[in-house]
Write a protein that binds this ligand. Sequence first.
Ligand code: ZN
Length: 220
Amino acid sequence: MKCSACATDLEKEEAHYGEPATFYDNAPLCETCYYEDEPCAVVYYGRDDEPYEITSTRNATDGKFRVQWHPTDPWRGYYVIESDEYALVNTAALLSGHESEEMLSRFDKRIRELFDEGDIDYARVFSRSSNVFYNNYDLFVKKGQQLAAQILVARAKAEVEYDDPRWYRNIVFEEEILSKLSRLFPEENLQTDYDAIRLVARLGQGIVSELQRRAAKEAD
Ligand SMILES: [Zn+2]
């Protein structure tokens, strides 16, 4: 048999097999290819400092997270992170040496405080792109906690001026979240992400309880 990555001849008993939820899922590999592949993504759960690496052959998250390579052309691309248990609530580009780095580090610190206060179960995923100066920082929360998490993300963003045009950021709310918010706060006439951010900034800490109150009332 041959290694599925480098095509070296391989005795059956020396073969390693790609772990589930990886690119080489169950494919035979030589020892070098199995162990030496660079991580595509590293997952950190909440306050746990332990990095859980995902390479094309190994997946330390036991398949809780998976990566898909998305080519933008034959030479370039980036990884998209998928999960059945966690939902994506924010994605940011970490540009090495860019002035937005410091702002993103303040955002990271603040959102983790807010998630801890709000009992949000979260994971941070850092993944590579083909550009060595560019990494993705994806923020995930346990499914079912997205709405409260999105509110807290918006709040942390308002505090660190995440959406200041100087950082060239404009991804704030997903369409579905915005329409939910505008339904729950009809008097605000929320049309754009910016309207929603202003509301979040104005209500501050009270936003989550107010949101839950209105959602419960709507469910009645
Ligand atoms: Zn190999």
